[in-house]
Structure formats: C-alpha cells, structure tokens
Design a binder for this molecule. Sequence first.
Ligand SMILES: *[C@@H]1O[C@H](CO)[C@@H](O)[C@H](O)[C@H]1NC(C)=O
Ligand SMILES: *[C@@H]1O[C@H](CO)[C@@H](O)[C@H](O)[C@H]1NC(C)=O
Ligand SMILES: *[C@@H]1O[C@H](CO)[C@@H](O)[C@H](O)[C@H]1NC(C)=O
Ligand SMILES: *[C@@H]1O[C@H](CO)[C@@H](O)[C@H](O)[C@H]1NC(C)=O
Ligand SMILES: *[C@@H]1O[C@H](CO)[C@@H](O)[C@H](O)[C@H]1NC(C)=O
Ligand SMILES: *[C@@H]1O[C@H](CO)[C@@H](O)[C@H](O)[C@H]1NC(C)=O
Ligand SMILES: *[C@@H]1O[C@H](CO)[C@@H](O)[C@H](O)[C@H]1NC(C)=O
Length: 560
Amino acid sequence: MKLLAITTGLISIAFALTNAADVTYAVIAFPGSSDSVAVNVAGQDFPLQKSPMCGNLFTGVAPYGAEYRYAIIGSNGQKVENTTRHLAESATTTGNEFFGRSKTVYDIPSLPRAFNPIYPALENAMSRDNEISTIIVNADMNALDTILKAPTEDHEFAQVYNMSYISHDAIYNFEGAGIKNSGQSSKDMAKQSLKIKFNKFNKLSKDRLFGRRSFKLRAEANEPTMAREKLMMDSLAAAGAATLSSNWVRLFVNNQPFGLFLMSDDSFTAFTDNFLNGGSAMNSTGLTIKGNAMDPTNEANMVYKGPNAASYNSNDVYILEDKGRDPTVSKKSYMGPVIDFMDRLNKTVIGSDAQTPGTITDLIDSAEHTMIHLVMSFLSGSWDGIWYQASNYYLTQNRDTKKWYIITYDFDETFGNGVEDDKLMTTPYQNYSRPDSQRPLVDTFIKSPYYDPKFQDILKTIIKRFFNVRVIKPRLEAWTEMLKEDVAWDRSLPFRSPGDKEKFTVKDLDNMFTTVDSRIGILEWISNRTTSVCQQLNFNDTDDLPALPTYEKQVPNPTA
Ligand SMILES: *[C@@H]1O[C@H](CO)[C@@H](O)[C@H](O)[C@H]1NC(C)=O
Ligand SMILES: *[C@@H]1O[C@H](CO)[C@@H](O)[C@H](O)[C@H]1NC(C)=O
Ligand SMILES: *[C@@H]1O[C@H](CO)[C@@H](O)[C@H](O)[C@H]1NC(C)=O
Ligand SMILES: *[C@@H]1O[C@H](CO)[C@@H](O)[C@H](O)[C@H]1NC(C)=O
Ligand SMILES: *[C@@H]1O[C@H](CO)[C@@H](O)[C@H](O)[C@H]1NC(C)=O
Ligand SMILES: *[C@@H]1O[C@H](CO)[C@@H](O)[C@H](O)[C@H]1NC(C)=O
Ligand SMILES: *[C@@H]1O[C@H](CO)[C@@H](O)[C@H](O)[C@H]1NC(C)=O
C-alpha cells in the first residue's frame, strides 16, 4: 500500500521498502505477570519487549502499518485496544504511547502572545500542553499509605526507589527521590495533591527534570475540568509575565493507578531563577515570601503596620518560602526586609511617573510585569488571588537592586470555580477589591493618573490578543478531546484519603464551556467577563494591534 504512493523512481522505492519494515513501536502498559504485549499490524501480532529503561514500557520493531493497535495477550485470550491508531506515512517510530488511550500527541491551537517575555524564562517541556505524560513510581508504599491515611498530619517524605517520567519523545529515570502530599486546604480532599523531591534519599546526586529539583502533582480535586490552572499559567506566559509552568501527567505508584494530575512548579533554593533568569543561577536572588490569607483580618495585603514583626502574623500570612542565595536570611530575621517593602510601598507617591523618585519602580521590578499579574488575576476572577483575597503570590527580593518581583500562582479557583458572588464576573476593575479591604499595591497602579492608562492598555491588549472566546474556545475544545479519556479514568479510581470526595464524572468536562451544578463554565466566564470589560472601557476584542516586535531571547548571565 505504501509503495503505491512512491512515483519517483527506484531509489525511493528501495528506501520505502526498507522503511516499510522499520517502525519502532512503544507503549506503556500494565500487563499481568504472565501476559505479553504486542502490536497488531494488518491483523498480525508482533511481540514487544520490556524496555530496559522502564519495566512498564514495551517496545519492538515491526512492519509499518498505517493502522495499528496494541494488545495484551494472556492465557485467556487477548485484550485489543478499542480504537485504531494511525501512523504518518514517513514515520519510523510511534513515540511512547499509552495502552488504551486512543491518541498520544494532539494539535492544540497556540495562544498568541500579548507581550514579549519581560524576563527570560526557562522554556522547555515543563510547560507542554499537547500531550499527557506518564509518571511511574516505585516507592515505599507503607510510608506513602501512612501519609495518605492521615493527610493533615506532618509527615516525612516516603522514599521513591526509582521513577520514570515518560513523554512521547523522552524517558527520564530517577532514583532516591521522596514523595509526600502537598498543599494546605487541598489536604482536606480525598484525592491528595503530591510533591516529588529529587535527591531526598540520594543526597549525592543532583537530579533535575526540566531544570526542577522538585515538582508538585496538583490533584485539582475541586476542579471538574482540571484545566483552569493550566490555562492561567499558559495565559500569564503568553502575556509576557514570569510564571510557574505545568503539564498534565497520569501517575502510577507501585503499579497502582493514582490518577491524572497537573505537574507544576514547586519551590526549592532559588526556584525563581527558572522564571526570571532562564534557569541560570542568579546570585542576586534573595528571599522569597509567600503571601497567604487566612481570613479578612489575616491577609497578605502588604499594609504597613509599623516596624514590629509581631504585628504581621508572619507564620501564617507572610511565609518564608525560600532563602534564595542570600546567606543572611533566617527564619527569625526575614520579616525585616519584607516590612521595609511595606513601609516603602506605604510611602510610594501615587500619581507620579516612573522617573520620579519615590515611585513604585524604585520598589518593584517592572511595573508592567506586576500589572500583567494583576490584570490576569482580575480577568480570571482569581478570588483567592493577590487582588481579591491578598493571597497566593510570591514576593522575591533582588539583593543587588533591592527591588522585588511579584509572581502569582495557585489558580484552581479561577474562571468561576468556587466564586461566591457572580458579580465578580462583571465588576469593573476599579471596584474589584474585596469590600472593606486595603490594597496598596493595586491602588498604586489603578489610582495613579500615570499608571491607570497603562493598566487599561495591558487589559485591552490581553483581551484583543487572546483572552476572548475566539482564541480560547478552540483551545478548550482541543484540550477536552485530549483530556476526556484520562479524566474518565481518573473519575473511576478509588479515593485513597479521608476527606471531601468530589464526585465528578467525565460529563463535568462540560464545565469547560458552560455552567454545571451552578459552577460557571470557563468559556462562559471569559465570554461574560470580556463582554463587560469591553462595554465598560468601550472597545472590542478584535485583534487590530500591530504585530509584536520579534523576540530576541535574552541570554542570561550565568553566575554562582
Ligand atoms: C474497550 O471498551 C470496553 C467497553 O467500553 C472496555 O470495557 C474495555 O476495557 C476497552 N478495552 C480497552 C483495551 O481499553
Ligand atoms: C525500581 O525499584 C523496584 C523496587 O525496588 C525494583 O524492583 C526495580 O528493579 C527498580 N527498577 C529499576 C529500573 O531500577
Ligand atoms: C501606612 O502607614 C500608616 C502608619 O505609618 C498606617 O496607619 C497605614 O494603615 C498604612 N497604610 C498602608 C496602605 O500601608
Ligand atoms: C464602584 O462602586 C461604587 C459604589 O457601589 C459606585 O458608586 C461606582 O460607580 C462604581 N465604580 C465603577 C467604575 O463602576
Ligand atoms: C453570561 O452571559 C449570558 C448572556 O448575557 C447570560 O445569559 C448568562 O446568564 C451569563 N452567565 C452568568 C453565570 O451570569
Ligand atoms: C472594533 O474596534 C475597531 C476600532 O478599534 C473598529 O475599527 C472595528 O470596526 C470594531 N470591530 C467590530 C467588530 O466592532
Ligand atoms: C555571590 O554573592 C556572594 C554573597 O553575597 C558573594 O560573596 C559572591 O562573590 C557572589 N558571587 C558572584 C559570582 O557574584
């Protein structure tokens, strides 16, 4: 069949003949101990062998098949995949696939850039958006079970003897990592979020994956689409901001299915170098605190309350996340510079331009960068975010310039998820702050005659470029197609922890688009939010802006 397409002479035919018997097939599968794995091409089974890279990856060479399926063959017959896979005519390898999933790599429409990156980010497969990778962990199951049975208690890491991260084009193996649950309120859920830290039980190695020394596996236990957080991170990146990255993975531990997770950034020493300096060590990276809110009187609103650290409930509200490369930072003293930040923010002159001494650019690195984070927090209705609840942001000091970077994170509660007041979807940004709150950082921009027009310009640009139904709808449609089999699988798995059992089904993926069980749909949120901003500011979402200048990736200056 393949030969019929060849019309360019003998050499091509000879090449095609060689090619025709030369496809490497590879599939991740969990066969029984006496089963074997095969690929079925043109009605014939060709056995696959266990890969030396991973005991659950089966590979082998078999003839080219425009159509093929994998099969698990046991003594009681065989289990053949339900859907036919297709191979491009020129393909010599399938890449690593997953048994029972109909497709491996999807066409996901890209997000157009609103602004070029303000800081050079470490760009790699950590932010991939067109496939679901697989993580296979062999761990101390007793220790992990102990954690999962009592998730709200403090636990040490359980040992990961070895693990593999397998995407369609790569396999990475690690030994001596640690695994435990992660998060705060997410520990109350019956599907726990997890974190994996490399080198935990193998102190001599310097393992990293995509430049990360640890990562989180976010369960998205209260989020029926599992896509909100990813959409926000990708949107921040497309808007030019420094952001955490993520990609979807299915997780297996000791051959047991744990479910679908969003693998995303975790903190480790100077983790912000990955967002701010292309992954190169930046000697000037100082401390990072994490802003958190417990309730309206204990929120990380950056309001100056005098020089005494005891006034700030720092253990719960301004939490030390990372010391960076600053040897002077300690648990006892870190609030000093943070209080200095709030004092200076308090004295910032609202209304003057960036060149005037005493303005916000003396204090934070890039007014534009901070405004992008605020605009996205507002547009997505991130009600537990930096603006509305004064929570879920990192504040990182640059030791050389003494300026601070602001990076927001934690986006499961966005695009209508968990929102108490639907009015947040239509409130103009001038009134978006939580009632009776103080938001000095936000006010610095939106109450300034100098910055407010710039803020509006960022808002309009993001809406015209990508935050609109025209751009987001096809992306959500493609993601729904890609996620639906794994979401159905995830929803069929038993819960492993006590706590809230969210009984979502694959049908709840409708929440990508519309309201389900009074939870506003992602696309519905974007549509209504965009419509009201466009009315309030009298513009439309047509992308009639000039093309962005070509982005020259800045080469970071590697230091210690
Ligand atoms: C094929 O579909 C049936 C019915 O939905 C299901 O029970 C079976 O597990 C599927 N087989 C594979 C290999 O996924
Ligand atoms: C991974 O660890 C398991 C359990 O200790 C062991 O059986 C297996 O051989 C290890 N695999 C590799 C590739 O080291
Ligand atoms: C500014 O500082 C004064 C005291 O110095 C305090 O009363 C006020 O609440 C502070 N405001 C903000 C927004 O930090
Ligand atoms: C904000 O709310 C106040 C009080 O409800 C109202 O008077 C004002 O017009 C609102 N501002 C905008 C821009 O909608
Ligand atoms: C979104 O806007 C549409 C059209 O105006 C409206 O019918 C729908 O109720 C709005 N959604 C919500 C959650 O308010
Ligand atoms: C959108 O606004 C521009 C002006 O910025 C105008 O030229 C254009 O006609 C408008 N498009 C629509 C569809 O209203
Ligand atoms: C990094 O900072 C440390 C401590 O401030 C300093 O001693 C060292 O010289 C710096 N290294 C480089 C390469 O700038």
